[in-house]
Write a protein that binds this ligand. Sequence first.
Ligand code: BTN
Length: 246
Amino acid sequence: GQKEIFYLENIDSTNNEAKKQANLGCHEGAIVLSEMQNGGRGRISRSWFSPAGKGIWLSVVLRPPFHPYDAPKCTLLAAVAVTKAIRSVTQVQCGIKWPNDILYEGKKIVGILTEMNAEMDAINYVVIGIGINVNISQEEFPLELRQIATSLSVAADKPIPRLPLLQEILSALEKEYHKVIQHGFVEMLDEWRELSVTLGQTVDIIGASEKSSGLAVDIDKDGALLVEIEGRIEKIIAGDVSIRPR
Ligand code: BTN
């Protein structure tokens, strides 16, 4: 359907702008897009490399009717929609690393940052920020990212037009969101499992006080990662894991 679009040349972070618009009362489904970001943010207070014209730097405002407790699953929903859209438009067989990175051959192509504003038991808004490295050559990445990040154009070995991809992403997001609103999270979580590159892999749990690693066996109904460590199942609710190269 018709949605408000805030399209900018340059901004600190599309997530910041989306939160501003959400606080001013914009409708659900409003999007903020910028050609570049000069203060792009990642998870765990990292920054996000957002050069002009070479990516999709996008934030979507949702006002979901569910409990704040379920909001983190918006991130999983976005990862599912974006992965499907990328696969269908570019043929790049990327997959989801828990909770919400999209990787190709072990390197990150997409990052997702979800931020929520809630009062008591109700969500006011959720902003889903999606950063997609589209046409960035490997040498253009800053040194510290060169080994861990890549782009769709590198993966596909050709330039990728952004507009058709953006359109497919927005329509996939809308479809996935409506599915969740109408039928709950079960189907979406199954799709996440299908698209995951984490399940079945040995993972190191980052930030754990003692060294812990184990086999990622599943995600639960809340989207937490279930890791088998010495015969016990541990539930990883937040944070990060790294996948052991085989
Ligand atoms: C991560 O992997 O740590 C999340 C990265 C999220 C980046 C996107 S780009 C659009 C939106 N605006 C931001 O400042 N961050 C998100």
